[in-house]
Design a protein around this ligand. Sequence first.
Ligand SMILES: NC(=O)c1ccc[n+]([C@@H]2O[C@H](COP(=O)([O-])OP(=O)(O)OC[C@H]3O[C@@H](n4cnc5c(N)ncnc54)[C@H](OP(=O)(O)O)[C@@H]3O)[C@@H](O)[C@H]2O)c1
Length: 278
Amino acid sequence: MILVLGSTGKIGRELVPALLDKDARVRALTRDPARARIDPRAEVAAGDLDAFDPALLDGIDRVFVLTSGHGSDPLTQERTVLKAATDVAHIVKLSTTGVHFGQTDPISLVHAEAEQAVCEAGPGWTILRPGTFMDNRFAWLHAVRGDGVIRVPEGDPSSALVHARDIAEVAATVLTSDGHAGRTYPITGGEALTTRRQVEILGDALGRRLTYVEEPEADSRARMLGYGWPASAVDGMFELKRQSAGNEEIVFDTVRDLLGRAPLRFADWAREHAAAFA
Ligand SMILES: NC(=O)c1ccc[n+]([C@@H]2O[C@H](COP(=O)([O-])OP(=O)(O)OC[C@H]3O[C@@H](n4cnc5c(N)ncnc54)[C@H](OP(=O)(O)O)[C@@H]3O)[C@@H](O)[C@H]2O)c1
């Protein structure tokens, strides 16, 4: 049986059905089973990574390790799970391309340490390093529903955005087939798009014209602080942005190599989520 952490998140909610479709048995972790809408074929388990109960690993032979980028202390959470998981056969950790490129922003550094911990934990391991998620463009939701003016920080780089379903399908393949032990897979979409082009594509999917406006970083920063984001999170995000700028447009072939098909495109994502932006 496979334990999936983060089963209700962007990747987890695609991963659980993908595993079940491959006839795997799945235990899906959530802090709140009553609120979670998890595929009924899965066994739903209540649990909190800040107080991890080792009994969640009873009968488990593989673990998908994902911690929230917004969690309090993801490194401690992952170490706690690893300490309890010495008897499982294989661990698949969700990391970031930031580690691939040797970035030293706070998010990449935490993932780098957590990767190291996974490699030293004992069980077999595979590391997945996705680039920027298409789902990050949900940050434009309020602007799209409002005046249709999308404000982005100056110098936003072209990005080979990746669809969460592609990451989930790669994870499902790695969790259910042999030959991935000790491997590290960077995962991106198949095309690098400027942010202006992303805005056009989203507008096309919605059948309306959206306006793209570049603004000084200080204005973007002030807006995020205004949403109530902690200053440390905003700083970390801009540091990550600065360090990843030269790497965002790099395309990796992992989706094609492991899934035998082209990566999903931003236009696919925009069509799928058009109703949410309406
Ligand atoms: N966004 C990007 O562009 C990007 C790029 C590369 C890598 N990443 C990495 O992707 C990972 C996930 O990203 P995200 O933050 O956007 O995740 P997410 O999709 O928002 O999912 C968070 C998941 O974590 C669970 N969770 C949160 N706190 C928990 C706790 N204390 N105990 C148990 N479960 C908990 C939530 O489940 P419940 O609420 O149901 O408990 C939810 O299923 C992060 O490691 C991030 O660094 C992101």
